[in-house]
Design a protein around this ligand. Structure first.
Ligand code: KIV
Ligand code: ZN
Length: 566
């Protein structure tokens, strides 16, 4: 914004709460969760859901575990009305689920809402009218505070009068002073208490007072102050369930909800992945999973978040952003090398700790939760691009391809493979990483190729092996021989005898390749170039561990040759 534009805005004035207690509180239990996906969420969609889609979405919400679901605004349209009728008439509402319906404080709308509820076992009638100074001035043409309160009271009275018309329905009342967050808090309380006066709740038969941040005008601490002030100043606090309904205009809907829970609220309204007007409603999945990550069981099941996201995207025709907490495509992926190294170490360490103590609390650097707990896999954690480090590449080769590279081999493999990612200017798939590793390190056969070999264990002294190898060097076939204390050693001697040895063999490892369908072995050999500190690794892969070892030596020899002749 230009400075000239900023002058038209004013600081936000919150409620005065010098003795606030919420900063010292901790969230220890879940709130009552209410989904408003099918009302607030749906009404904000460019293409609202049809009845079939709403039915599927309703089933999804039930599967996740919501016990209170706002199913619409039945008086607003035939689709909304008929959707509720289908839920009731087709017996689709489980006995432990309560449907909630929204209605404005207007007589004909309230009557139509009650008509839609016939036959429901359990329902919440949610009455609202807007109370803020801005709404009173603009939307209600300078209506007085008294007039606005009267609208709420009359709506509440009509609901009270109509309640007996639903004798088979366990009915609960809810009132929202819409635009609570920019209403004078004392006045919002006055209106809520006037409504409570009509409904006469008790401790056993509470009302829900929903205090919406219809628009998020301020910082989350101001919202928490408003909620704590409200809870502390209302009469008969124990006759009401205090409910939150945040939106996300400043990007802090989650924080506002969490702080307001510290401030004493009991219930939270929101939507999956934060669908809703403008920047959206509160994202329930984020708040619930945040609680899970602190060891709080929420009653909501997001253990297959990708499937939930797929249904959500299909029904709403919206996309969950790639960086969205817990559900985004990239949120369990590390691109940076140092993060990849730390995650790999964390995974290995955790496996060890769990073997010793199965109750070890979760702790892996850069991961707030175990991706598996939301149905996502470790396999997708590490993707390789030019920012990636040696640990990440070794991790992919190990996890995806069963190759346990020696630690001192990681740097050279890392450098060569992320050089490829850099050239391509994109991340590499695990299969491309394997291809690049094979191309640069495995069974290299130019300019030296081992065509065939024979070992004779009866030659020389006890334990010695004589090797006769057929090789091709620079296109020319040769037979070379040597004696040593094992296949690799005798082949090294044969190279030496042929004048082809300008190295020391400094390391050798081998293992069976894990996880693959075939039973190949991998061998790794490190050579040190004569007269130079250069250490070169080569790898051999073959069903025979002996051939794998010899191939590893030839591969390292070829790499060394490339360096010394370039
Ligand atoms: O955001 C809001 O204030 C609402 C009310 C109708 C509860 O959605
Ligand atoms: Zn809303």
């Amino acid at each position: 914004m230009k400075s000239s534009a900023v002058t038209k805005y004013r600081p936000f004035k919150g409620v005065s709460l010098p003795d606030r207690e919420w900063p010292n509180n901790t969230i220890t239990k879940p709130p009552i969760w209410t989904s408003v996906d099918l009302r607030d969420g749906n009404q904000a969609l460019p293409v609202p859901m049809n009845i079939q889609e709403k039915l599927e979405y309703f089933d999804l919400l039930v599967r996740i575990g919501f016990k209170q679901i706002e199913v619409g605004f039945p008086s607003a349209s035939d689709t909304e009305f008929n959707f509720l009728r289908r839920l009731i008439e087709e017996g689709r509402i489980p006995d432990d689920v309560t449907v909630q319906v929204l209605v404005q404080a207007r007589e004909h709308l309230i009557k139509r809402t009650f008509a839609a509820l016939h036959g429901a076992k359990s329902a919440i009638v949610h009455l609202y009218n807007s109370t803020s100074p801005l709404q009173r001035k603009v939307t209600f043409s300078d209506a007085s505070k008294e007039k606005i309160k009267q609208i709420a009271v009359e709506g509440a009275e009509l609901i009270q009068k109509l309640a007996p018309s639903l004798p088979g329905t366990k009915l609960m009342m809810q009132y929202s002073p819409e635009s609570f967050s920019d209403t004078e808090t004392e006045y919002a309380l006055e209106v809520c208490e006037a409504v409570m006066n009509v409904w006469q709740p008790t401790e056993e038969n509470k009302v829900i007072l929903n205090l919406p941040a219809t628009v998020e005008w301020s910082t989350p601490n101001v919202h928490a102050d408003q909620i704590e002030w409200f809870c502390k100043n209302m009469q008969n606090r124990n006759h009401a369930i205090i409910s939150l309904h945040t939106h996300n205009d400043r990007g802090t809907g989650t924080a506002a909800t969490e702080l307001a829970l510290l401030a004493g609220a009991d219930r939270v309204e929101g939507t999956l992945f934060g669908n809703g007007e403008r920047t959206g409603n509160l994202d329930l999945s984020t708040v619930a999973l945040n609680m899970n990550s602190h060891g709080i069981d929420t009653g909501l099941d997001f253990s297959n978040i990708s499937e939930i996201r797929m249904v959500y995207e299909r029904m709403t025709k919206l996309k969950v952003p790639e960086r969205h907490p817990y559900a985004g495509e990239l949120v369990f992926t590390a691109f940076s090398g140092s993060h990849q190294d730390a995650i790999k170490k964390g995974i290995d360490r955790r496996a060890k700790d769990l073997a010793e103590d199965p109750e070890t609390p979760f702790g892996i650097p850069y991961l707030t939760i175990d991706p598996m707990d939301v149905g996502r896999s470790y396999e997708a954690i590490i993707r390789i691009n030019s920012q990636s480090g040696k640990g990440g590449i070794a991790y992919v080769l190990e996890r995806e391809h069963g190759l346990h590279l020696p630690k001192t081999m990681h740097p050279s493999v890392g450098t060569s493979i992320y050089g490829i990612a850099d050239q391509l200017g994109r991340e590499l798939e695990p299969s491309e990483i394997k291809d690049a590793f094979y191309e640069n390190f495995v069974n290299l056969d130019k300019p030296l190729e081992l065509v065939d070999y024979e070992l004779d264990h009866s030659a020389g002294k006890r334990g010695d092996v004589s090797c006769t190898a057929k090789i091709i060097i620079n296109g020319e076939e040769k037979e070379i021989t040597g004696i040593g204390n094992g296949p690799i050693n005798s082949f090294t001697q044969a190279l030496d005898n042929a004048g082809l040895k300008s190295f020391n063999l400094t390391d050798y490892r081998s293992h069976a390749i894990t996880g693959g369908s075939d039973s190949d072995s991998a061998a790794y050999i490190q050579l040190q170039c004569d007269n130079s500190p250069n250490l070169i690794w080569g790898c051999g892969i073959d069903p025979s561990i002996e051939i794998a070892g010899l191939n590893a030596l030839v591969s390292a020899w070829n790499s060394l040759h490339k360096i010394t002749t370039s």
